[in-house]
Design a protein. Sequence first.
Lengths: 136, 128
Amino acid sequence: MEMPLSTNAIQMNYAPSKYSPLEKPYDLCFIEQACRGNQESMRAMILTFLSTTQLAVREIQAAHQRHDLESIRRTAHRVKPTFSMYGMERLAALLQSIEEMAIQGSGHPSLPTYIDSLVAQFERIVPSIQNEYSIH
Amino acid sequence: MKKKILVVDDEMNIGLLLENILTPAFEVTYHANSGDAVRWLEGHLPDLIICDIEMPGMDGYAFLGHVRQRGFTQHTPVIMLSARSESRERIKCYRLGAQDYLTKPFNPEELDEIIKKNLFPLHATSPW
C-alpha cells in the first residue's frame, strides 16, 4: 500500500517519493559484517538505530518549528553518517542538504520541503526494517 | 592482556558500531560525552583513544587538549572522528596532538590499519 506523502513534500531529483523496484532503501551488510554474524548484537544495533534516528528526525522537526537552525544543523550533522552506515544514502544526502541549508541561515526556501521529505522517507523505511528483522 | 581503547562519541550508533568491531580483540570502553570520558580517565589508562570532534559541551578539540595536558595520557595515541573531511579540520587536530583522523562513515579496514599503526607499530598483523 502506498504511504501518503506529507502535504508539503514535492518531487526532487535526488529524493523521489518512490524507490525503483530494484532499489532497496537500506542495506545492512556493513552492520552484519561489524556484528560478525552475531544476531543478538545485530538486533541490539538495529534497535538502537531505530530509536535514536526516530528521536533525531523528531528533533529536526521540532527544531524547525521553533526556528532553531543550530539544533537542525547539529542533529543533521550527527546522524548523517549513521544513515550511511545503514545504507540509507538518500536520507544521508537529504541530511547533508538540510545541514547546509541550516548553516546558510534563516529563511532558506527549501528547508521545510527537505525536512518533510526526510520525515516521509524515514517513516516509509522503518516498517520495512522492522518487518525484515522481526522488530516491533 | 588486551589493549584498552576508549571511544568517545555522542552518536550512540557509532559507539555501538566501534564496540562491535573492536571487541573481542580489545577491551573497549564507550562514553557518549566528553565529561563522562574525563571522569573515566581519572581512574583508567587507555592504550588508545578514538574521539568524535563535534559533541555538545566539551567538544573533541577540548577533550584532546585535556588528554594532552594530563601527564598519564599525554602520549596516548588519539584518533579523531568527524563527518567533516576538510583539511583545516585535520590540521587543527594534528596541531592539538592527534595521531590520526578518520572521516565518518569510516572504512573498517582503514580503522584497522590506523589502530595497528598506533598500537603495534613494529608488527605486521593485527590481533583480530
